[in-house]
Design a protein around this ligand. Structure first.
Ligand SMILES: *[C@@H]1O[C@H](CO)[C@@H](O)[C@H](O)[C@H]1NC(C)=O
Ligand SMILES: *[C@@H]1O[C@H](CO)[C@@H](O)[C@H](O)[C@H]1NC(C)=O
Length: 234
């Protein structure tokens, strides 16, 4: 089974929905992308296997392509950006975190999704933004994951969901996700995540470093399902 990898920079939004319409979009070795050894080789083909591609969508934040924000991530640039497609004419409809994330998840512009603020954080609380707003607007049943799951995909999220999704909301696993590892309190150390609805806490030992933990969880998902008959979306 082919693995399709798409990369989104919040500065240069690429929506997963667009990726679905463009099968050739961006392909690279998943291993290289995740820095994790060989993943794509050796897949057995049999007639019963679902021919649809696995999809890995990687969202990296705060990287302005024009200002060269991705210079700090040479592997990302080498394995994904250099071998892929840049959507140089793409214009975001709302250059703000939560509205953009909502658009990526559900493919709707902000004036349709109704998520028009950042929300969540106490300092910048905006009732028209954040995870709660996304939920209130019924958007959780409009996400790419929800529809792919309905279409037979196994779906997983590892990493940040939306502002305002916290330790307190960790019990909530949005519909459409088979595997859920959503960040609650965000940081490199002393952070929390919802592990399929159960709040888990990380400290400040080396092995608690969030970037590494998230990589492990992502790679674990890929290894677990790479030989599965059902395609996956991570
Ligand atoms: C896309 O843009 C990045 C950053 O400007 C650049 O490094 C990369 O080579 C470009 N990729 C392609 C396929 O043009
Ligand atoms: C993590 O939390 C502990 C307990 O509150 C604190 O002592 C420690 O300094 C924190 N570590 C970091 C890296 O913030």
């Amino acid at each position: 089974m082919r693995t399709l990898i798409t990369l989104g920079l919040l500065a240069v939004l690429i929506s997963a929905a667009a990726a679905l319409e463009q099968p050739g979009l961006l392909r690279a070795d998943a291993a290289a992308a995740l820095g994790a050894g060989e993943l794509s080789g050796g897949r057995k083909h049999n007639d019963e296997q679902d021919k649809r591609p696995n999809i890995i969508f990687i969202l990296t934040d705060d990287q302005d392509a024009v200002m060269g924000g991705d210079w700090h991530m040479p592997k990302l640039r080498r394995h994904l950006a250099n071998e892929g497609i840049n959507f140089t004419s793409y214009i975001t409809n709302f250059a703000l975190c939560c509205p953009s994330r909502s658009t990526i998840l559900a493919g709707q512009c902000s004036h349709n999704s109704g998520v028009v603020g950042v929300g969540g954080d106490k300092q910048i609380m905006n009732p028209l933004g954040g995870f709660q707003r996304f939920n209130d607007m019924g958007m959780e049943r409009k996400t790419v994951a929800y529809h792919l799951q309905q279409a037979g995909y196994r779906t997983g999220l590892v990493g940040k969901y939306l502002n305002g999704y916290t330790r307190q909301t960790a019990f909530h696993v949005p519909p459409g996700w088979d595997r859920w590892f959503g960040i609650g309190e965000i940081d490199y150390y002393n952070w929390t995540a919802s592990d399929n609805g159960v709040n888990v806490e990380f400290g400040d030992r080396d092995e608690d470093y969030s970037t590494d933990v998230l990589t492990e969880k992502g790679v674990e998902f890929i290894h677990q399902y790479e030989q599965d008959r059902r395609p996956f979306f991570l």
